[in-house]
Design a protein around this ligand. Structure first.
Ligand code: NIG
Ligand code: FE
Length: 395
């Protein structure tokens, strides 16, 4: 790290500090510290505790009696795309149901875009997310569906995040619509060869209209053999084999989890596969909410993310997702804030983000509010007053 470069900074006068480190605070897994301070040294957290005990540093920032929490970890987004789907959204809000078929509209627009256009769209959304407190994001390919278009999406993504996911298996490419087996061969062969060097993860949309359980298993197994770790779009629109496959393959995350049997919930609860809930998708498709309460009561680990994409969830706002999860999915404000920070980190199998503790990256969000509860209590209000990313003030 380059700690000498940035020097050390203390943020004092924090009314509520969410550390997500139970050993530092009291009460919930949030590890809350009142009247707190945080010392940042270079790109890492060096110290946390009560303001009165903070060590001397080069610089001092007064939080003004407001709340500080870990930067949000958005562990599920689809930001390599061009165009939008306003008309599809409009039609849906007049009663047309959502289906996987709309993905093809974005595939056509994405293939037609230049690299510069794709990257500009990505960075515009990243800036938008950062202003809303997101300091780590995962993002996926999946709107190219040719070897060249998928691999260029991943190359562009890798310039902006280390959490890059190969989703060649989003839907069957339109030119192979009559021969899905040939498309699975392409994804597990030439396309995987070209994409594996640029990605950390492999994902499949396991759903009616996309890929069935056997196809998903073949694709994820091929990815694993190339060093990619699985995560799955599972049980979003219907019941299906996705969640159980995720647990069977030790996927880091099963994402959506809207339609679950008791066996699915039980499998998640007895695994280290995180259930990543994406309420922006249910909001924007007028679908029934995933039951976070049921998963939490069973003992599953829950993450909350945006699913930001032009079809089913065109929001980059984690605070919006927190508010929905509290209002409509049975989560407490503490659980939702944990899920959007430490939960996202767990879904990416990361220990160095999602918490404010010595050694973790200094990724911090300052709210214009005295506590994290305001994220759900004051929905739709732009509460993010400051963001540090890797120790650097970014907002
Ligand atoms: O997570 N479910 C599959 N993929 C996206 C939707 C993509 C789209 O409609 O463009 C999702 O909801
Ligand atoms: Fe998604």
């Amino acid at each position: 790290t380059d700690s000498a470069h940035h020097g050390s900074t203390v943020i004092t006068n924090i009314a509520t500090l969410v550390t997500n480190d139970p050993s530092l605070g009291t009460g919930t897994p949030l590890g809350l510290v009142r009247d707190a301070a945080v010392v940042i040294d270079g790109d890492r957290v060096a110290w946390t505790g009560e303001s009165s005990k903070a060590p001397a540093t080069d610089k001092r920032v007064d939080a003004g009696g407001r709340a500080v929490l870990p930067g949000f970890v958005d562990s599920h987004s689809h930001l390599l795309f061009a165009g939008d789907r306003t008309e599809e959204f409009n039609a849906r809000m007049s009663g047309r149901p959502y289906s996987a078929g709309g993905i093809r509209t974005t595939v056509a627009a994405t293939r037609a875009a230049t690299d510069a256009e794709l990257e500009a769209n990505l960075t515009r959304h990243l800036r938008e997310a950062l202003r809303q407190g997101t300091t780590t994001f995962e993002t996926k390919s999946g709107y190219g569906l040719t070897t060249a278009d998928e691999s260029r999406a991943l190359r562009i993504a890798a310039r902006h995040t280390e959490e890059v996911t190969f989703l060649g298996a989003h839907v069957v490419a339109p030119e192979l619509a009559d021969d899905p087996a040939a498309y699975v061969d392409l994804v597990t062969g030439e396309m995987l060869d070209a994409c594996a060097p640029h990605a950390r993860w492999i994902d499949v949309f396991c759903e009616q209209g996309a890929f069935d359980g056997d196809q998903a298993r073949a694709i994820l197994t091929a990815g694993k053999a190339r060093g990619l770790h699985p995560r799955i779009h599972a049980n979003q629109l219907t019941h299906g084999p996705g969640v159980r496959l995720a647990v069977e393959l030790d996927a880091a995350s099963a994402d959506h989890c809207t339609h679950l049997t008791d066996a699915d919930v039980d499998a998640l609860a007895h695994s280290r596969t995180v259930a990543t809930l994406l309420p922006g998708a249910e909001f924007s498709t007028r679908a029934e909410w995933p039951d976070a309460r049921r998963l939490l009561d069973a003992g599953a680990t829950v993450a909350l993310s945006t699913d930001c994409n032009p079809g089913s969830s065109f929001t980059s706002s984690v605070p919006f997702c927190i508010a929905l999860a509290v209002r409509d999915m049975g989560m407490t404000p503490d659980e939702a804030v944990w899920a959007a920070t430490a939960g996202g980190a767990a879904a990416l199998r990361r220990e160095d983000i999602g918490r404010i503790a010595p050694g973790a990256y200094a990724d911090l969000t300052l709210l214009d509010a005295p506590s994290h509860v305001h994220l759900a209590y004051r929905p739709g209000v732009p509460l993010v007053a400051g963001v540090w990313r890797r120790g650097v003030r970014a907002v």
